[in-house]
Design a protein. Structure first.
Length: 277
């Protein structure tokens, strides 16, 4: 059996790969730094020495753990390689074709996949963590499902100024409902925005920011395929923002299944390719 853990800022993803190839995914809130004791407790149902061939680790502070646990080898995988390998794997795209992999979790990282090499090329501190942080301040909730439900019922133009609000004609190829100023209407209007519109505005702000970073990077490297992984795209409004930005800039966005644990899968794949690393 192979085991993989991705220690994210908010969520820790755990994968088990059984001998028949079956993957079992589990996720836990990240409430502590990685430790050997944590892993032993997590897998107390297993005899690590006898049942587990290798343990692959990636994500924050994974280097705090040594090179073996209960005599089972520990493979430390750089986060960039884990994102790259996992993103390509879940996308099922041709690995020989360059792509930009956008890991949008608590924050956002952009990885260039080209010729079997993964390179960190940009990113932003804006991501799912921004959605939760602003929602706590403005909506008094950090429940992702509640935020999602509110955003789906609201309209970002209830908080945002759009082009038709601020200019008299089109700007290039941008449609009239393109955001001109995120949350700009809050300053200009005497009307109090609804919780639903605020939620939609928050998610739209994050989605547009991530989209602009991703499409700018893709343009810089002359890449047309953008693979989006992580949990942030599970927000429907955010995903729509990403899709709209890609459409305007003529890129192809991919939102693969199982994208939420792509980095954990990538770490496992790296460990399989390099068992003695």
């Amino acid at each position: 059996m192979l085991i993989s853990l991705d220690f994210g800022i908010t969520i820790t993803d755990i994968l088990r790969k059984k001998d028949d190839g079956t993957l079992i995914h589990q996720m836990l809130p990240t409430n502590q730094k990685p430790s050997e004791q944590f892993i032993q407790e997590l897998f107390k149902d297993l005899d690590l020495k006898e049942e587990v061939d290798r343990i692959a680790l990636t994500g924050g502070h994974h280097q705090l753990i040594g090179e073996e646990i209960d005599e089972t080898p520990v493979i430390h995988v750089n986060e960039v390689d884990a994102i790259g390998e996992g993103g390509l794997a879940v996308s099922k795209l041709d690995a020989s074709k360059p792509a930009i992999i956008v890991s949008s979790g608590t924050g956002t990282a952009c990885i260039l996949a080209k010729d079997g090499v993964f390179t960190h090329c940009s990113g932003t501190g804006v991501g799912g963590g921004t959605v939760l942080g602003l929602s706590k301040l403005l909506l008094n909730t950090v429940d992702p499902q509640e935020i999602q439900d509110l955003a789906n019922k609201g309209l970002a133009k209830g908080t945002d100024l759009i082009l038709e609000d601020v200019v008299s004609g089109p700007i290039g190829l941008l449609p009239s409902d393109t955001t001109a100023v995120n949350f700009g209407k809050i300053v200009k209007s005497n009307t109090t925005a609804s919780r639903e519109d605020i939620a939609a505005g928050i998610v739209n702000l994050v989605g547009e920011t991530v989209a602009r970073i991703a499409t700018s990077v893709a343009m810089s490297f002359a890449v047309t395929d953008i693979i989006v992984i992580g949990r942030a795209p599970t927000f429907t409004v955010l995903r729509k923002s990403l899709e709209n930005a890609a459409f305007l800039t003529n890129f192809t966005p991919h939102f693969p299944d199982n994208a939420e644990y792509a980095s954990a899968l990538g770490a496992m794949l790296v460990a399989e390719k390099n068992p003695n690393s």
